[in-house]
Design a protein around this ligand. Structure first.
Ligand code: ADP
Length: 477
């Protein structure tokens, strides 16, 4: 079985969030299940130099964007046995950031068309084209409207995975004639229309054979108006073709036994060395060094989605306790500034690091006692999965994938791997955090909680098998 995996980012080449992690790990896990996967992504300027200087040039061809023929270079890199292909056009992708430009519609229509041309240019016909998030949402649309009838392309199935419904890629309807040479039919029949624009996300959902998202709970939630981002009606309509499959994490990349970034490796057998990591983290961040003070860590985009409002409203009260708070993230300026202010006021208790650093992230996962993720919504969430792997106990809001992967500690049975609260409300966050801090004080219970967290199985194998089953089901339909 052949799968062409299409995405706008993939670790270790380029990553801004969870999607990148998934694209770095899922293809390998599928490979192990005997699925032949090729991954295709844009060749951005900021791909790590270690890789970008070692890409193999394969060929070039031209892609029609409206009335223009645009150059499209094709490069390849084989990473852990998986072929990654890079679509090159410096006008579109040699920029400082990945997204957020006035011509994003054009950039990703170019990319999506290049993906479809790739099949012909490489003479490699996949059984499935598996698209991910809005940037790739026009692939199923263009496939259905243009390519489906061509010999080489007949009967290819399309998958569309929603990693975050919030980002929908909605643009002016004029892009249909201007960039694709289409008339307005798909807009007027509302199959890609969303509130007066053309939505790539809606296109992906509507035109694919199968839609998936990254947890069961999120698959249910997005069918309601609270989480559906105005697509809940369509998602309810397509619920027969919508399935939730949980993400995993790369167990080699995130492994406290071998992690090169952390101060001291540890395992289930010697969780006491986790404390060494805590003390080094305190030293590095200029906090008082004391292995007994609990650290609440957070590695996250600093946005509304990630619960920053709750954190900001709870911090003053939580910081009355003997704790330390370590935050790593970038995002909305207002949150960054407010958190910096906490750093200033509580400089001996709070360390706020406004930057993107994989190395510090690993150190925080290893050195913290708690990992905070009070998200407003969370399709799957990887932070809590990584934290569990490092025996760092998640405190989460029970939504989406957080609900599916964090089992609240039960004081009667002793079972569980974290703490959760239900309503988006800072009192619940404070209350459950205070409860968690009490549990921390009982070392026997605490150590067994760490062990239970580290034993949680969130590797990719299980999910890869589920994707494979779904691929087979769709191919045989
Ligand atoms: P999302 O994709 O919504 O941002 P996820 O929890 O699914 O959230 O994935 C976030 C990923 O990005 C995790 O691997 C997390 O460690 C990483 N990450 C987020 N912010 C930073 C940062 N400032 N520095 C390093 N890694 C980060």
């Amino acid at each position: 079985m052949r799968v062409l995996m299409v995405a706008s980012e993939a670790h270790p080449f380029i990553k801004t969030g969870g999607l990148g992690d998934v694209m770095g790990a899922l293809p390998q896990a599928l490979n192990k299940e005997n699925v032949e996967v090729k991954v295709i992504l844009p060749k951005y300027k900021n791909i790590s130099s270690k890789y970008i200087n070692n890409l193999e040039f394969i060929k070039y061809f031209y892609v029609n964007v409206g009335w223009r023929k645009q150059y499209c270079g094709l490069f390849r890199y084989i990473y852990n046995g998986v072929e990654y292909y890079f679509i090159d056009n410096e006008y579109y992708f040699k920029r400082d950031n990945l997204y957020g430009y006035y011509d994003d519609a054009e950039r990703f229509i170019f990319f999506d068309k290049a993906v479809l041309e790739f099949i012909n240019e490489m003479n490699w016909r996949p059984d499935i084209i598996h698209c991910n998030d809005w940037q790739t949402g026009m692939v199923p649309v263009i496939y259905r409207l243009e390519y489906e009838k061509r010999n080489m392309y007949r009967n290819i199935k399309t998958f569309f995975s929603i990693h975050n419904l919030l980002f929908q890629g909605t643009f002016s309807p004029e892009i249909l004639p201007e960039l694709l040479g289409y008339n307005y039919e798909a807009y007027f029949n509302r199959s890609i229309e969303l509130h007066g624009g053309v939505s790539f996300m809606k296109g992906g959902i509507n035109y694919s054979d199968q839609v998936t998202t990254v947890s069961n709970t999120y698959a249910q939630e997005i069918q309601t108006s609270q989480y559906g981002e105005r697509l809940e009606g369509l998602l309810r309509h397509r619920s027969y073709a919508l399935k939730g499959i949980l993400n995993g994490i790369d167990y080699d990349e995130y492994n406290p036994e071998t992690d090169q970034y952390i101060y001291k490796n540890y395992s289930l057998g010697n969780i006491y060395d986790k404390k060494v990591n805590k003390e080094w983290l305190q030293r590095e961040l200029g906090l008082p060094i004391n292995g007994d003070i609990p650290i609440i860590g957070m590695v996250s985009r600093l946005t509304h989605q990630k619960g920053c409002d709750l954190i900001i409203n709870s911090l003053d009260r939580l910081l009355q306790k003997n704790i330390q708070v370590v935050i790593l993230g970038t995002g909305d300026r207002a949150y960054e500034e407010t958190l910096r202010k906490f750093n200033y006021i509580y400089h001996d208790k709070v360390s706020v690091n406004i930057k993107f650093s994989n190395e510090l992230a690993h150190k925080i996962y290893a050195g913290s006692d708690f990992f905070l993720m009070p998200s407003l919504f969370e399709p799957c969430g990887l932070g809590q999965l990584i934290a569990l792997r490092y025996g760092t106990i998640p405190i989460v809001r029970e939504t989406g994938g957080l609900k599916d992967t964090v089992i609240p500690y039960n004081q009667y049975t002793g079972l569980g791997n974290g703490f959760g609260f239900r309503n988006y409300n800072c009192h619940e966050l404070t209350h459950v955090s205070e409860y968690a801090l009490n549990v921390y004080n009982n070392k026997q219970i605490w150590n067994s909680l760490i062990r239970q967290a580290m034993k949680s199985d969130n590797s990719w194998e299980k999910s890869a098998r589920e994707y494979k089953k779904l691929y087979i089901g769709v191919i045989n339909k």
